[in-house]
Design a protein around this ligand. Structure first.
Ligand code: ASP
Length: 325
């Protein structure tokens, strides 16, 4: 009698297992995507022509589409970040790579950094003069050395050794930036580029590249190559890329602060980003940041009149914005 009861129970457990565990488990959707910026500053509709706006929108769209394709085929977020930033570095529209601003000595000195949120490894170059794509040099520093940052001639030399494309410093000459140097009122113009991407494996990467500030003292290094100031990525929290007056970003540890607020105070990415930009404003600094968490939530906060920015998440259309409203 007892044996039959035990047998019946076993049959029921068996049927239950088949019914509930045999079913295909409900899959949570794989989230991936990217958010990018092309600099924050005095960007207003009044100062913009429709042709210029179309040019900016076109280049941002090209960069977003290229990065999205990389993520869509399942490749790492680091590849997407590097590819996106390279496209923007090759465009004279942005203050990075080709379109870099001039120092007070009439030279171009470029900074860039990249960070892998899955390993917390990072790489940066500062004050390079001959590397066509500083973001790639930053990645080489991360992957081929045990250092985080290389600067000046040493960084240029290292990039050449790695087989990266080397150009004469004149390559970075653009009429527009030269004129800006001559007009001191344009000192505050920004145009740095950055990208944060989340890949199908849940890995976040962030990268930023800049020519710095127009009329900066030669030798000056901004926040862009400084991990925690201009760039930060951590799979546990988010990826961040900043743009604005670098000195304030360095003093305020702006990029890391977003992650810190999320981990220590459990703030959402939006609240953390807004709070950090409020802190930037209180300190007197101007600028903005883009950020993305591991669930694909994004933030694009800034205290300037505009910030070139865009994002594309999970099959949705690309969204591109320029002004504050
Ligand atoms: N943050 C950059 C720097 O200070 C400039 C910028 O974002 O426009 O070098």
């Amino acid at each position: 009698m007892k044996v039959t009861r035990i047998f019946k129970k076993l049959i029921m457990v068996f049927i239950f297992t088949i019914m509930y565990c045999g079913k295909t488990p409900i899959q949570s959707p794989i989230i991936y995507g990217l958010v990018i910026h092309g600099g924050a500053g005095t960007i207003t509709k009044e100062k913009m022509t429709s042709e210029k706006e179309a040019e900016y929108r076109g280049k941002i769209m090209e960069a977003l589409t290229a990065g999205y394709k990389i993520l869509e085929r399942g490749d790492p977020s680091l590849d997407a970040v590097e590819a996106v930033v390279r496209i923007m570095e090759d465009s004279p529209l942005f203050n990075a790579g080709k379109g870099a601003v001039f120092t007070n000595a009439g030279t171009n000195e470029l900074d860039a950094s990249i960070m892998d949120g899955s390993t917390l490894q990072a790489g940066a170059v500062a004050g390079v003069k001959t590397v066509k794509n500083p973001i790639s040099a930053a990645r080489e520093v991360m992957e081929k050395t045990w250092h985080v940052m290389l600067s000046g001639d040493g960084a240029d030399h290292f990039a050449k050794e790695q087989g990266l494309e080397i150009v004469d410093n004149n390559y970075f000459f653009t009429e527009r930036r030269w004129k800006a140097l001559k007009k001191t009122q344009e000192v505050e113009k920004h145009g740095t580029v950055g990208c944060v991407a989340l890949d199908k494996n849940g890995n976040i990467a962030a990268g930023t590249s800049t020519g710095g500030l127009t009329n900066k003292r030669w030798g000056r290094i901004g926040d862009t190559p400084i991990i925690g100031a201009g760039t930060y990525a951590n799979n546990e929290t988010c990826g961040v890329s900043g743009t604005g007056q670098g000195e304030y970003f360095i003093r305020g540890n702006i990029a890391y602060d977003v992650s810190a607020l999320m981990i220590y105070r459990s703030l959402t990415i939006k609240d953390a980003s807004d709070q950090v930009i409020d802190k930037l404003s209180v300190s007197g600094g101007k600028g903005g940041l883009i950020a993305m968490d591991r669930n694909g939530n994004i933030a694009m906060s800034f205290n300037t009149q505009g910030m070139y920015r865009g994002y594309r998440i999970n099959g949705s259309e690309s969204v591109i914005k320029i002004y504050s409203h």
